[in-house]
Design a protein around this ligand. Structure first.
Ligand SMILES: [Zn+2]
Length: 434
């Protein structure tokens, strides 16, 4: 694992914690002021560019929807008591509900109410982006207690032509080849599903901005599905520069870390994550690509087939709290977030340093003693010598440093340090032609 430069781990965890707490109350959706407010808060930490795409814009087979905003919403009983109030939890409103004002019997109202009978105290999170309707989400226990009477419904929302908003942060590196990182920013008060990913990506961005980078990095803070589709449609010409990447999803729950491979299954990013997770031997897992999940679905659609995987802890849908009010501040753990951060950063570090070299003295072994190279690696003497022999032997323009680390069983950092030293002594030259 690689240490975090600049910021101490404690400070970084505190920053992630503070950011999640600040973003938690905001009512986000795939469009609207909640997204803008979220991006402006992130902008205080990293100078991302905020883009606006007009409603009605055609993006491949989809159309950017109307912009949704909401101010208040409630259900009142005959005594004037609020049964559900948007002010108490933004999950109470079906996300993208159209404005509505009227009185309904319980039977008619029930057609617009969503609950989770198995978890009667939790509020479900439901959306209706592409079908104009309205609704409320309630704890099932609340619904059971509702009398057969007339209820007053009030939803002060708007669904009008406006924009889809997303944030983009680009960090130039030594080459124009890019690593793309992406997280979704469209969920309201849910912590693991979306806030953990946002916080992790902001921390990665701050860290990457302080390091020497071979690759350029592009970080997207986008609404799920329509955001990645819009980005790909508007940036199709630059997609060829994307060489690696991953989507960051629910990375704060207490389950084991999971890396879901890209559609290709054997891309360099898939191999590097596999290597890092095998080293950690803590129950982390890699899973094969399936065309269901987060925005990797779009990045890995056959017309793009980008080498982009997805990181998460417990896969979505495999924990009861998923898309409910129980995915709250208590559900996530700072230890899990930190572990997810470490694994992502370790992977990016290996990726950025995973170059291929050619031995300049390939006929028989170079005489290392004459060059003072024995004993010159800081690692244990034997390890240092073995590392030099492995790097020199396998550097034939076809094996990367990761190949050498895996085949030798030596740590990538030792192999990398060895290659740097051999490069200094002109025993290697960069190839990178794989
Ligand atoms: Zn979700």
């Amino acid at each position: 694992m690689y240490s975090i430069q600049g910021t101490s781990p404690d400070a970084m965890m505190r920053e992630m914690d503070e950011l999640i707490k600040e973003l938690y109350p905001i009512c986000r959706s795939i469009t609207g002021n909640g997204v803008r407010q979220t991006l402006r808060i992130i902008q205080r930490q990293i100078p991302l560019v905020i883009h606006e795409v007009a409603s009605g814009t055609q993006v491949f087979d989809w159309t950017v929807p109307k912009e949704w905003n909401i101010r208040s919403a409630y259900i009142k009983n005959v005594r004037g008591e609020k049964i559900a109030d948007f002010a108490d939890s933004n999950l109470h409103i079906l996300n993208y509900s159209i404005p509505f004002k009227g009185k309904l019997t319980l039977d008619d109202l029930k057609k617009h109410i969503f609950t989770i009978p198995d978890h009667p105290d939790w509020i479900p999170y439901r959306t209706s982006y592409y079908k104009e309707t309205w609704g409320f989400c309630l704890p099932h226990r609340k619904l059971l207690g509702m009398q057969d009477q007339e209820y007053e419904i009030f939803i002060d929302s708007s669904l009008q032509n406006g924009h889809l908003t997303y944030g983009e942060y680009y960090l130039a590196g030594e080459t124009a080849d890019e690593v793309l990182l992406s997280c979704h920013i469209c969920h309201p008060s849910l912590c693991n599903d979306n806030l953990s990913g946002i916080a992790l990506m902001v921390s990665l961005a701050k860290h990457l901005s302080q390091t020497v980078r071979r690759y350029s990095y592009r970080l997207l803070f986008i609404p799920g599905t329509i955001g990645s589709i819009a980005w790909l449609a508007l940036n199709e010409s630059r997609v060829s520069t994307i060489k690696h990447g991953f989507v960051i999803a629910g990375v704060g729950d207490k389950g084991h870390f999971t890396y879901k491979k890209s559609r290709r299954g054997n891309a360099e990013i898939d191999r590097v994550f596999g290597y890092i997770l095998r080293q950690s031997s803590d129950g982390s897992q890699t899973t094969d690509f399936i065309p269901y999940g987060y925005d990797e679905r779009q990045f890995c659609s056959p017309g793009f087939d980008l080498p982009i995987g997805c990181v998460m802890r417990t896969p979505h849908g495999q924990y009861a709290e998923y898309h409910t009010s129980a995915d709250n501040l208590e559900f996530i753990s700072l230890g899990s977030l930190k572990d997810s951060f470490d694994k992502c950063l370790s992977t990016l570090t290996v990726l950025d340093n995973n170059r291929t070299y050619v031995n300049q003295n390939p006929k028989c072994e170079a005489q290392l003693g004459r060059r003072g190279l024995y004993q010159s690696i800081g690692a244990q003497k034997r390890v240092g010598e073995m590392a030099m022999l492995w790097v020199l032997n396998l550097s034939d323009g076809t094996h990367s440093l990761l190949d050498i680390a895996e085949r030798s069983g030596l740590e990538f950092s030792v192999i990398k340090k060895t290659a740097d030293l051999l490069l200094e002594h002109d025993l290697l030259r960069v190839s990178d032609s794989r």
